[in-house]
Ligand binder design. Structure first.
Ligand code: GLP
Length: 248
């Protein structure tokens, strides 16, 4: 493992259930320590079990989300909040419907609406007005994207509209009945919005993420691997299962 100049803390656990328990423990601790925590939240299959564990901790009376504020990373462009593949729907289904977060404290970029610049600016302003993100949970795309900040010649700092890469459309087509149904665009928090979080917790599970994780920690910061920027953040935890860590 190349631990040269890393400021990133790496925790490797055996498997996905363990990763989920550990991730839920970290998020729950954050909320217990600071009741009015601002959480940055991610979607995708990776955090699903973490959300289930958090809901369980809430049911057991161990975590109270009533003062928590949340900001999701991204949303597909063109899907209404009731669409089963929208991230609005995902978040209700996996988390919000099972805990006591106040609806007015939940923020997800809108997938619809014509005035994109205003939508994006408003989102940034809402994050700032909430005092910034205390703990940002991230997954990672097979191509090293975080949120929907796709590899390319440049990365944008603030919330913006993005064209999804063919690789991401393919990877995410498993959630849709046909690849054609996968939206081609999304609104995502930018790299700057993510990097401003006080702490970052990135989760990766499975072999398909091992190359992206290797490149995230490769000692080079490059727009070809957006997650590699995390090497510049001072408080990042990478929580990996053995398969995701296999190439370190
Ligand atoms: C999507 C989301 C990302 C997520 C990634 C990986 O593209 N925009 O936030 O990290 O998928 O998803 P999964 O966890 O399903 O592999």
């Amino acid at each position: 493992m190349n631990e040269g100049a890393l400021t990133v803390r790496i925790h490797v656990v055996e498997n996905y259930p363990e990763l989920s328990l550990r991730a839920a423990g970290i998020v729950a601790s954050q909320v217990i320590l600071k009741e009015d925590t601002v959480l940055g939240l991610a979607t995708g299959s990776t955090p699903e079990e973490m959300y289930r564990e958090l809901a369980q901790l809430h049911r057991e009376g161990k975590v109270d989300f009533s003062r928590v504020t949340t900001f999701n990373l991204d949303e597909y462009r063109g899907l209404d909040p009731g669409h089963p593949q929208s991230y609005h729907y995902y978040m209700r289904q996996h988390f919000f419907d099972h805990v006591n977060i106040k609806p007015e404290n939940i923020h997800i970029p809108p997938g619809q609406g014509a005035d994109i610049p205003t939508i994006c600016q408003d989102y940034e302003q809402q994050i700032a007005a909430a005092g910034g993100i205390d703990l940002q949970v991230l997954g990672i795309g097979v191509n090293g994207h975080i949120g929907f900040n796709e590899p390319g010649s440049h990365l944008q700092t603030e919330t913006h509209l993005v064209d999804l890469t063919a690789e991401t459309i393919k990877a995410n087509s498993r959630f849709f009945s046909t690849p054609k149904e996968v939206p081609r665009q999304a609104i995502t928090m930018g790299m700057g919005s993510i990097m401003q979080a006080r702490r970052i917790l990135l989760l990766a599970s499975g072999k398909s993420k091992s190359a992206a994780i290797r490149d995230t920690l490769g000692g080079r910061v490059t727009t070809a691997v957006p997650a590699s920027f995390l090497q510049l953040h001072r408080r990042v935890i990478l929580l990996l299962d053995r398969e995701a860590a296999a190439l370190l």
